[in-house]
Design a protein around this ligand. Structure first.
Ligand code: PAF
Length: 283
């Protein structure tokens, strides 16, 4: 595996791969890698001739300075995992390399960014669009891989791809969970042992709500999740919305027309760690 830190070298290496007729899969990450990331890499490995993984804690998508400062950074361990997973190129730039000048682009992300994480984290999705569009223009990947834990983020990236007309296939990959159901996340390492013990209740409650939804209204199902999670000491729901899986717009009733299976998206504080998760309602 080659570790590349400069944009020009990255472009040169990718140009060689493409000149040899090889397809390229890109897995954008912010490092602190875990088995969830590696499942994206494995899929990219199976579906492409070469795999590039970017490891970059992108400052423009953090709207909270403390969150940026405390975001885990584990480059050595990340490189060991990526090498073992058979990655061809790890792209690990500095902030100055990614943003030699301030990125002032404002993307018209529309309705998919106007709900849930959008208003809760102003500027977050624009920052994601900035960094992912830069990565796409450097690598011109055939496919790019994103985890469904950040369900709304995938819709935002699809919108950015549509705006910028990148010829890339966006591949969404299922959430990887710990044995007790907690969605894998780089932020989980910040949970105290007490918080870690209650965090699996998030997924347990989401699963219970899928059963409950069979003979309850959408609003009752939404309430169940909010009330049951808020009743657990150590957990506090920021929002729970049951949304259209493409437009991200909250649904009022199960019968509201939508594009496929409704998705329940939760953001919940566990102590001072903000965790997100989601579940599909196949009713
Ligand atoms: O999901 C993430 O880890 C980040 O938002 C991403 C897509 C790598 C952009 O920084």
């Amino acid at each position: 595996m080659e570790i590349i830190r400069s944009v020009s070298e990255l472009k040169e290496k990718v140009a060689h791969l493409k000149a040899d007729g090889r397809t390229v899969g890109l897995v954008p990450t912010m490092g602190a890698l875990h088995a969830g990331h590696i499942s994206l890499v494995d899929r990219a490995r199976r579906e492409n001739d070469a795999v590039v993984v970017s490891v970059f804690v992108n400052p423009t998508q953090f709207n909270n300075a403390k969150d940026l400062q405390t975001y885990p950074r584990t480059e050595e361990a990340d490189c060991a995992l990526l090498r073992e997973a058979g990655v061809d190129i790890a792209f690990i730039p500095t902030v100055e390399e990614m943003y030699p000048t301030e990125d002032t682009r404002v993307f018209d992300l529309g309705e998919v960014a106007a709900v849930m994480e959008g208003p809760m984290r102003p500027g977050h999705f624009n920052g994601v669009a900035q960094v992912v569009s830069k990565l796409f223009s450097f690598v011109s990947p055939d496919r790019a891989y994103f985890g469904e834990k950040d369900f709304q983020q995938i819709a935002v990236i699809r919108r950015m791809v549509e705006l910028e007309k990148f010829p890339v296939e966006i591949v969404d990959c299922p959430i990887k969970r710990e044995d007790d159901g907690l969605a894998m996340s780089s932020r989980n390492v910040r949970l105290t042992p007490e918080n870690r013990a209650v965090a699996p209740l998030i997924y347990k409650t989401l699963k219970k709500s899928v059963e409950w939804a069979r003979d309850h209204s959408l609003e009752d199902t939404r309430r169940l999740v909010v009330d049951e999670l808020n009743a657990c000491p150590g957990l506090e729901v920021e929002y729970y919305e049951i949304v259209d899986p493409l437009t991200m717009q909250p649904l009022a009733e199960w019968s509201t027309p939508h594009n496929g299976c409704a998705r329940g998206c939760v953001t919940c504080y566990c102590g001072d760690v903000r965790l997100i998760d989601n579940i599909k309602y196949e009713r």
